[in-house]
Design a protein around this ligand. Structure first.
Ligand code: GAP
Length: 477
């Protein structure tokens, strides 16, 4: 049954995803979590290079969203929040997906996705009873089969909460309404709760934004597609507070700002597009997604949302907490609940997007190919690898070590003396290192080293005293 299986374009690129997953494991970017215990579905760990790449993407976002602006401030709010937060936001009771299970192989599917693939028009608010009417009709027509094992024994759709529950307090306390806490399903909740403290403690005036990066948790029914959709993930969100009269202008400004950010980091204009949501979440009045054309996922998929949320969030938190969250415009004397527009992006989705874009297999000479990550140089985990030509020549090793010790104070560097230089180049290509520096016997005479460029594979002789500025200039070119 085609409807429950992957679209054919995705099938065609399954190999691309396998190659990326394999590279990530082999080179220490991403590991399945708890692998020695058999893994935990939808959860991943980031190894050395993965952590460095992820941090660089996060820093690039933070610089653009906070450092280079004077209208956005930062925040790092707690993951646990008062349970009422999620009642007020509508998540408790409302943050659900309808699921269908295969009784035979226990595979799980989202009912709305199944129906959408059969062309049934439904939205977030379609009651589960109505979904079941559609599913039963497909069952009668003998169209409903499990994509995994082909069984027709699929359950009715039932509602499944995406909220992840925990408890605080004494370990012996039962999980009651009073002590249940949720792991936040989105980071913006903390921003709304700290809106008032931010206004009172900083000099911000409307319009202004609060940005934060942090973990979010969702009990996703179908957590597949590697790090694209996981149950624990990092979000980078910015909530911009404004007078409703400014919404249109600022919405356009932020759409343009975010679009430019992707281009600045090497994503081509043809590979991203805007998708306008017709079905809106309960709080949203307008919503666009940035979609990137993933080779590894077989087409355009959401990486970021830009949403106009009206004054829903602050009104609800005002109502549920009893605290006045209105804003007084000192110039006009007007008091009102600020409206919000947000930009919200998953860090792992950007991570996957940059890897997907950067991953290249190219022929270097007849019969020989190399795998190379052509990452934007600023995002590359390691900027410079330093090699002594030969491991068993102490004078070369010492010179290379000295260069490494100097450069590591400026850039993320790696010292590598293992194997022949060709193999070392290939290893660095696979992790996307823009520059490899080799110390050879001539270095001892002329104080120059060979610098090899990852993308062009061209080599240049550079004086050691010029090396730092040479690399700096190239990284920022
Ligand atoms: N505050 C709004 C909000 O959370 P969303 O569309 O649910 O909106 C925003 O999520 C972004 O967070 C998505 O565009 C995606 O990049 C990321 N995201 C959401 N769920 C995710 C998951 N399960 N795994 C990885 N990233 C996720």
């Amino acid at each position: 049954m085609a409807e429950l299986t992957q679209p054919s374009s995705a099938k065609a690129t399954a190999g691309e995803m396998e190659k990326l997953v394999s590279l990530c494991k082999r080179r220490g970017f991403v590991f399945p979590s708890s692998e020695i215990y058999g893994g935990l579905a939808g959860i991943y760990d980031y190894g050395h290079y993965g952590t460095l790449l992820k941090n660089n993407i996060r820093d690039a976002w933070w610089s653009a969203m906070v450092q280079y602006r004077d209208d956005v401030v930062g925040l790092d709010s707690a993951i646990f929040m008062h349970p009422k937060t999620w009642v007020a936001s509508g998540h408790v009771g409302g943050f659900n997906d309808p699921q269908v299970d295969c009784r035979k192989c226990k595979s799980r599917f989202r009912a709305d996705h199944i129906l959408e693939e059969f062309g049934v028009n439904i939205d977030d608010k379609t009651p589960v009873e109505e979904l079941n009417v559609h599913l039963n009709k497909l069952r009668e027509e003998k169209k409903l089969k499990c994509a995994n094992c082909g069984s027709t024994d699929l359950t009715e759709a039932k509602v499944f909460s995406l909220m992840v529950k925990s408890n605080l307090g004494s370990p012996t306390d039962a999980l009651t309404e009073e002590n249940v806490v949720y792991l936040r399903p989105e980071t913006c909740g903390g921003i709304y709760l700290e809106y008032k403290n931010t206004v009172d403690s900083t000099r911000v005036k409307l319009p202004f934004g609060i940005a934060q990066v942090g973990k979010a948790f969702r009990n996703e029914i179908v957590a597949r597609q590697f790090v694209f959709r996981t149950r624990e993930f990092e979000q980078m969100e910015m909530q911009y507070f404004l007078h409703p009269d400014m919404m249109k202008e600022k919405y356009e400004m932020w759409k343009e700002t975010r679009h430019k950010w992707y281009l600045e980091y090497g994503i081509s204009a043809e590979d991203i597009r805007w998708y306008q949501h017709e079905k809106l979440a309960h709080y949203a009045s307008e919503a666009y997604d940035v979609e990137y054309n993933f080779k590894s996922l077989g087409g355009f998929k959401e990486v970021e949302g830009v949403h106009a949320r009206g004054n829903w969030d602050l009104s609800q938190h005002s109502k549920f907490s009893g605290v006045d969250l209105s804003y007084l415009d000192e110039k006009t004397g007007e008091r009102f609940i600020p409206h919000i527009m947000e930009t919200s992006v998953g860090l792992a989705r950007l991570f996957l997007m940059f890897l997907d874009k950067a991953f290249v297999e190219e022929e270097v000479k007849e019969g020989e190919t190399r795998t190379v990550l052509k990452l934007d140089k600023r995002l590359a985990p390691i900027k410079v690898a330093i090699f002594p030509l030969m491991k068993n020549k102490p004078e070369l090793v010492e010179k290379a070590r000295n260069i490494f010790d100097d450069l590591k104070m400026k850039f993320m560097c790696e010292f590598d003396d293992n194997g022949n230089v060709g193999k070392r180049y290939r290893r660095q290509d696979e992790i996307g290192t823009p520059f490899c520096v080799t110390v050879d016997f001539d270095t001892l005479e002329d104080s120059a080293v060979t610098v090899r460029d990852r993308d062009t594979m061209q080599q240049e002789r550079i004086q050691i005293y010029d090396l730092e500025s040479y690399i700096s200039n190239k990284l920022n070119a």
